[in-house]
Design a protein around this ligand. Sequence first.
Ligand SMILES: Cc1cc2nc3c(=O)[nH]c(=O)nc-3n(C[C@H](O)[C@H](O)[C@H](O)COP(=O)(O)OP(=O)(O)OC[C@H]3O[C@@H](n4cnc5c(N)ncnc54)[C@H](O)[C@@H]3O)c2cc1C
Length: 509
Amino acid sequence: MTRLDQIESVHDRSGNRAIVIGAGLGGLAAAMRLGARGYAVTVIDRLDVPGGRGSAIWQDGHRFDLGPTIVTVPQLYRELWAACGADFDNDVDLRSLDPFYEIRWPDGTKFVAQHDSGKMREEVAKIEPRDVAGLNRFLRDSEERYWFGFEDLGRRPMHKLWDLIKVLPRFGMLRADRSVYAHAARRFRNAKLRMAFSFHPLFIGGDPTHVTSMYILVSYLEKQFGVHYAMGGLADMARKMADIVELQGGTLLMKTEVDKIVVRDGRAAGVRLKNGLDLGADIVVSNADAGHTYTDLLPGKKRWTRARLKRTRYSMSLFVWYFGTKGTANKWKDVGHHTILNGPRYKGLLKDIFMKGKLAEDFSLYVHRPSATDPSVAPEGDDTFYVLSPVPHLGHGGVDWQAEAETYKARVLKVLEDQMLPGLGKHIATEQVFTPETFRDRYLSPYGAGFSIEPRILQSAWFRPHNVSEEIPGLYLVGAGTHPGAGVPGVISTAEVLDKLVPDPVKTP
Ligand SMILES: Cc1cc2nc3c(=O)[nH]c(=O)nc-3n(C[C@H](O)[C@H](O)[C@H](O)COP(=O)(O)OP(=O)(O)OC[C@H]3O[C@@H](n4cnc5c(N)ncnc54)[C@H](O)[C@@H]3O)c2cc1C
């Protein structure tokens, strides 16, 4: 019997068959939870390795972790592993980073985010002594929003309108209508500190001047649970998740694309693969982007029509330049694991990216140097980096990335050489560039968005595509485009929400 025959024979039976479309971190977490519940799970992904945006590529001895680098709220992963009878710490070596990250400005100012409260106050005082009181208030605000927004709302289903109505008074009290930036501006008078305490939504694809201030919860979450790095990268964690799925008896079908979700008698009944094969299932879970799911995979929608998805605001996209450098391990010793290198503008740049959809002349960069922590990313004595620049998504039009990428990269190189990594150009040994077009083509992400649907207040919780599909029974959604949203903790939580929604499998004799 071939492997496909074996999978087909599983999918001929009924009662407990689950198909998960997409082996992103949300899809893998969903598969683990369904496997633990007794479902016979098949995960299908078009890529050759699990992890989706959290996967890695190896090139000339360098490992490029393609996406997520910052691991927060480790208890979420420990709980997920425990739900499957496994021990997270046996599988993944998490290292706490302290300092957490450094923020730099063109005039030489630095802000070092770190665990110790006294040192954080000193960092604030160095920039604006009158803002120290604001820091204390901001952290209290952040904690309050963490308990409500993350622990309560983020981990429970939000697909019923009543779920939303019940929490509206609390939203009102916490002024969730205000943006993260507006909240930071009330607590800090200094523009640099306003940036330092409001940029976090960019890591989940949101414009800090429009994303609901509930997301200031990230400051509390960093302080309370730390900022971590998973040795071996998140690609290794994804592999460990896939191992658990396989140990549970599940299957991963890689390099295989789903063409359609099959609907029979008004229910999701399986999937049709691009190669023409039909696989039956009792439930289908889509970890593909919600936009792709409803636009391309499912025919005849009522709520998530093509027109509605066109009106939906998508997150920004990204220009990511991955590079390995030769013999530099001792050269740029002052460059830590995570650095944010600000350009001259903050609010203006956000407006260009999110509202005007214009590729600006200036940019702010996030520089990842995993070789500062993890020797396995580069040959001995060498360094591995990625530098990320938020850019407009493809829906705004006007940028031909085939033509633009080299020029854009040269501008990024100049800024890096001038402000951070002198002489970088002559040390680069290997490289790889991802543009918005790569995000579109590799992950089938609408408009090449980096983080799916933007987490604005009217696109959050009940307003997001639901975890249990409002279109047809038997279809569920996990991952960045559904509730609670993007970011690794977000997509892991989508699987926890899913677990609360799927029925128990029917036991077959
Ligand atoms: C550069 C970058 C940096 C980031 N940094 C951080 C960070 O530091 N910390 C953090 O918490 N988050 C970060 N994020 C966000 C985080 O990585 C994502 O929100 C999260 O990984 C998305 O997971 P997902 O489950 O939604 O699935 P995805 O990773 O989007 O995976 C979906 C999978 O579905 C597959 N697929 C889609 N359609 C089909 C189909 N029709 N058939 C078969 N397969 C299909 C795709 O191939 C893909 O593998 C970052 C993201 C990026 C891009």
